[in-house]
Every structure is written in C-alpha cells, then in structure tokens.
Design a protein around this ligand. Structure first.
Ligand SMILES: [Mg+2]
Length: 127
C-alpha cells in the first residue's frame, strides 16, 4: 500500500530484515534526492542526535520497570519513534560504509561470548 508521502506501509507484527530496511531507506532517500547528503559523517551525526532524543525520553525518570508498565500509550509511541530513528540511521550508516550490519552483529556476539565466558556462579549484580 502506498501512502501520499511516498512510503509504503506493510502489516504490523512481521519480522523485518535489515536488508528490507536498507532497501526502503535507499528508496526513501533516492526519490527525494537526499543521497548526496548521506555521507558517513552526516549519518553518524544524525545518529548521535537521535540517540540524544532517545535519551531525553528516559531523562529524569529514574529507573523504569521492564515493559514500561506505567508509561502512557503516547510515551510508548514516542519511544517507538526514537528507537526507530536510531535504528534507521544506524542501518544507513552501515550501508554507506559497506558494512553488512546483520553479519557484523552476529560476529560480534560470537566475539563477546569468547571474551565473556559463561560463569557458573552468577554475578550478584546480574540476577
Ligand atoms: Mg527522532
């Protein structure tokens, strides 16, 4: 389904691949003539800005419970938007740098597992 702003919207609650996001972002930028602005540096700075917007949501709230049970629907929608902004700029940054982000992330998980082997006695800080 195509919306008036040039974005197609698919049914919610389906798995979305990083490749699909990458392709949608390329299309989004191309039809608007924005590729020239999407340099690694510009995308990194945009990503950092979005991380700041995400941080603002949690600023001054103290620790919040998992699942955010006391948050309003509006607050959760705002969180969804800012998390998405961060993800989308990260996907674009990886793309223009020629990084396969999904594969890189899987590789990093393996490296982390080697760096932090399972401890038979859980740390008192991680219950
Ligand atoms: Mg934002």
């Amino acid at each position: 389904m195509e919306s008036p702003n040039g974005c197609s919207r698919k049914a919610a609650s389906k798995d979305v691949s990083l490749q699909e996001l990458r392709e949608r972002l390329v299309e989004f930028a191309t039809v608007r003539g924005w590729e020239q602005h999407h340099t690694p540096r510009n995308l990194l700075l945009a990503l950092v800005g979005e991380v700041g917007e995400l941080s603002e949501i949690f600023q001054w709230k103290g620790e919040v419970a998992r699942g955010l049970p006391n948050w309003s629907p509006g607050d959760k929608e705002h969180l969804e938007e800012e998390l998405s902004d961060v993800l989308l700029y990260l996907v674009q940054l990886a793309d223009v740098c020629g990084i396969d982000l999904g594969q890189a992330a899987l590789t990093k998980i393996v490296k982390n597992a080697q760096k932090y082997p399972v401890n038979p006695k859980p740390s008192p800080n991680y219950n």
